[in-house]
Ligand binder design. Sequence first.
Ligand SMILES: [Mn+2]
Length: 324
Amino acid sequence: MTSAPSLQPKFLPTRNELGVVAVGFSGGQPKPGVDAAPMALIEAGLIQQLEQDLEFNVEFDGKMHTYGELVPADDPPYRNMKGPKFASAVTKRVSEQVYNLSKSGKMVLTLGGDHSIAIGTISGTAKATRERLGRELAVIWVDAHADINTPETSDSGNIHGMPVSFLTRLATDENEEYFGWLKEEHKLSTNKLVYIGLRDVDKGEKKILRDHGIKAFSMHDIDRHGIGKVMDMALGWIGRDTPIHLSFDIDALDPMWAPSTGTAVRGGLTLREGDFIAECVAETGSLIALDLVEVNPSLDEVGAQDTVRSGCSIVRCALGDTLL
Ligand SMILES: [Mn+2]
């Protein structure tokens, strides 16, 4: 039997104030459509469900931010990164939005967009957490991929495969317009990061994970121990007294449950395993922010609806929905 989530969250002044940011950004990878995900999730009733079923007071400006005003005049590759200026400018803006919501003590839900937007969301909560609580943030990164390539280790140059390297400052740049706006105050420590669901990790990324002793539970670990034990170990690594940001890439789920995503990899989590991860994080009472990314409703006409439904389910579970 599981215990009900505590009514008073550990690191937020109230249990029911939620800020929502809708980030229609697809520039961290080559496939258009992922920018339409926030609207698809909202049209599927997500915000209504959070308000009515889970009793959140939702602060949402009703806008799908596409950041057209931030499109640079030219944006040639730089250090192997594709579209670096636009991605840097958008994530900087997202960082400020998420920081302001998190600093005010709200739970923050960000709907992506591709996973590059986590450069913005996590840097924002990391800074707010340092200022508001005097603490370091922990991140649970649920994904088929590690997204920890540096610009130099990346084969594709797609920035959605690099957010963790910038957040942990394994990759840095002095130039403001190429993520140089990320400072120590935005940093995520490698020992506060836990991966769940990995199954498609590049050779250079495996070396980074090993060299830095980063905690990672692959699908192999989930097969061996079961998702229950893996969550015990993952949350044990983080500890009870640490605010958590959950960054959930829908491609962590098997394509059977979430086919409509840019880089689907077979052999993934079942929907129940994904929901269970989110439920366990909710039960800690330590969640302060959540990202749901990489839903791309345009890639798989038949599967788009299933993918959107799976995404809504993960969000509801992370924000406290229970089966009983
Ligand atoms: Mn990802």
